[in-house]
Design a protein around this ligand. Structure first.
Ligand code: ARG
Length: 577
């Protein structure tokens, strides 16, 4: 149950009943527990609209609510110019906790189900995945998990780039190596080196460059040899991606790949339709779409090129076909594109064109969910020493190795296998959490020491808090399922912890408003902190029977909520570390 929403509804209803229509009550979590648990902030706005005194209006609202059902669970206090501070009483909180404990979903209701497509990860297959792909991949996967948990029909769309000019030199290079008798499978083991060698040759060798260009045309016109080389390359590259997804606990599978090339046979028809609808203009030999809403700083219109003058189909053409497929064939209610903020213009043009063409209806919500860039400690884009892209596989490996050292120092008694397993979960958790805990729209600094610290808002801190709770149960030798004692909330630390636990559903709901996973991260961090203070000030195992059992149940619910929340972020927990 969503406490905030329930309170919001009640206060809104009351304001309306008092004649203040369309004035939202806006109930917010109180920032300081001593002021109450929630605060009604909308009274001032409503009073201003109606030109009445806000404190007087607040008094009327309180009086009215006191007569309703909520009066037995709520203490209200008018504060400042017209806020109402709300505290929920302990009997109510205990009863709510009981419901949450008995619910596998921890009190989170399912939403009205929608079909939601999530376009994420979507690397270009010409190169190996690099650190920049971490953002779309981690943030998108967290959204997938959350929306699925809320009951939506989620379509994972890995719109990988497997088509276009860059494949010309790759194919020409494969062809050359093949002719020289090299083992292609071996050569393709390191795609990054392969790509670099091919590009270098393209720059230095005119004849090779000419062949490369020829190969693009041949590939696009369905030449068998080119297609064969191309599919061998793509297959290898997808294998690389999948290995990374598996290592990073990303829920994408090979079946979720729908590559750019999958839309090839739609391109001609789609462009003819755009033409029939009068959307196409020829400009410098290229087929373009000009829309009034896209003009540059100089006032000149910005074209979206849908077919180049040489006949090739660019990124935009494939994306329009994909949008048509998603809108008309899949009939999605929503399509969320988790793509770098620098592609905002491209995606906004895409949605506008697809709407004009009637591929997306008024009701279908296509949105760009953007994010910033990953920077190094000096605040510059993250690169290897020689200026190359940092491979995601290397980042993952380093994270695991660093975690292994930390775990070894922390708990030398673990067996090697245990250490390896924990290090993977902690290391991978750390890089994903560093990603998810930032506001996604800003650039962020990738810093090993902060993300792997056991202090502060990090995955290791949360995972460690979880193991601390599990160790309480190991020491007590108690199965939480057998605890039946009603929860008693006598200490402030118990009340604060209880309230935080009960705010889990409303937290998840606010994440879905804008896919800011950091809201969930902050929640879990605060929950762990409140747990730690509770644990410091309220003895558990040393308390007498009833209190002990009540506190153990709070411990267990805290552990379950932590584990569940981390799970929605795609981060695992371990029993000990
Ligand atoms: N492959 C693109 C890139 O690496 C991202 C694709 C995003 N999805 C889309 N439908 N455009 O930049």
């Amino acid at each position: 149950m969503n406490l905030k929403k329930q309170l919001d509804t009640e206060f809104e209803r009351t304001l309306t009943a008092l004649g203040h229509t369309d004035a939202p009550a806006v109930v917010k979590q109180a920032s300081k527990a001593e002021f109450g648990h929630y605060q009604v902030n909308g009274i001032m706005g409503a009073a201003k609209k109606a030109r009445t005194n806000p404190r007087e209006l607040a008094e009327k609202v309180v009086e009215q609510v006191q007569q309703g059902d909520l009066s037995n669970i709520l203490t209200m206090e008018i504060a400042g110019p017209g806020f109402i501070n709300l505290s929920l009483n302990q009997a109510f909180l205990s009863a709510e906790l009981e419901t949450m404990i008995g619910d596998d979903r921890l009190g989170v209701a399912t939403s009205q189900p929608e079909k939601i497509l999530i376009d994420y990860s979507s690397p270009n297959l010409a190169k190996e995945m690099h650190i920049g792909h971490l953002r779309s991949t981690a943030i998108g996967d967290a959204a997938v998990r959350l929306l699925e948990f809320l009951g939506h029909d989620v379509v994972r769309a890995n719109h990988v780039g497997d088509w276009g000019a860059q494949f010309g030199s790759l194919l020409a290079y494969m062809d050359k190596l093949d002719a020289e008798g090299a083992q292609l499978a071996t050569e393709l083991k390191d795609l990054e080196i392969f790509y670099q060698s091919a590009s270098a040759l393209f720059k230095s060798d005119e004849a090779f460059a000419a062949t490369a260009r020829e190969f693009v045309v041949k590939l696009q016109s369905g030449d068998e040899k080119c297609l064969d080389l191309w599919s061998r390359f793509i297959e290898e590259s997808i294998k690389h991606c999948q290995a990374i997804y598996d290592l990073l606990d990303i829920s994408l599978t090979p079946g979720d790949v729908k590559a750019e090339s999958a839309y090839n046979n739609m391109l001609e028809g789609t462009l003819s339709e755009l033409d029939e609808k009068g959307l196409i203009t020829i400009s410098e030999g290229a087929r373009c779409v000009f829309l009034d809403e896209f003009v540059g700083k100089d006032g000149d219109p910005i074209p979206a090129i849908v077919q180049k003058s040489d006949g090739g189909y660019p990124y935009m053409a494939t994306d329009i076909a994909a949008a048509k497929y998603r809108g008309q064939d899949l009939k999605v209610n929503q399509a969320l594109y988790f793509v770098d903020g620098r592609q905002a213009l491209h995606l906004n043009q895409l949605y506008a064109i697809a709407r004009k063409a009637g591929y997306i209806t008024e009701e279908q919500n296509f949105v760009h969910v953007p994010f910033g860039t990953i920077l190094n400690k000096e605040g510059r884009p993250f690169k290897t020493r020689d200026g190359g892209a940092v491979k995601l596989a290397d980042v993952a490996e380093e994270a695991i190795n660093r975690a292994l050292t930390l775990i070894g120092d922390k708990n030398p008694d673990l067996t090697n296998d245990e250490k390896q397993n924990i290090a993977r979960i902690v290391g991978i958790g750390a890089i994903k959490y560093a990603e998810l805990s930032k506001n996604r729209t800003t650039d962020y600094i990738f810093d090993w020491d902060t993300m792997l610290s056991f202090e502060g808002n990090t995955a290791p801190y949360l995972q460690y808090a979880y193991t601390r709770i599990k160790s309480i149960f190991r020491r007590a030798d108690v199965d939480p399922a057998n605890l039946k004692q009603a929860i008693m909330l006598n200490q402030t630390a118990e009340v604060s912890l209880a309230l935080k636990l009960l705010q889990y559903p409303e937290t998840l709901e606010s994440v879905t408003e804008d896919y800011q996973a950091n809201i969930l991260c902050n929640y879990l961090f605060e929950l762990s902190q409140l747990f730690m203070s509770f644990y410091e000030s309220c003895p558990v195992l040393k308390a007498t029977d009833e209190i002990r059992d009540s506190r153990l149940r709070l411990c267990d619910l805290s552990a379950r909520t932590l584990r569940h929340g981390l799970g929605l972020l795609g981060i695992q927990t371990v029993e000990q570390m």
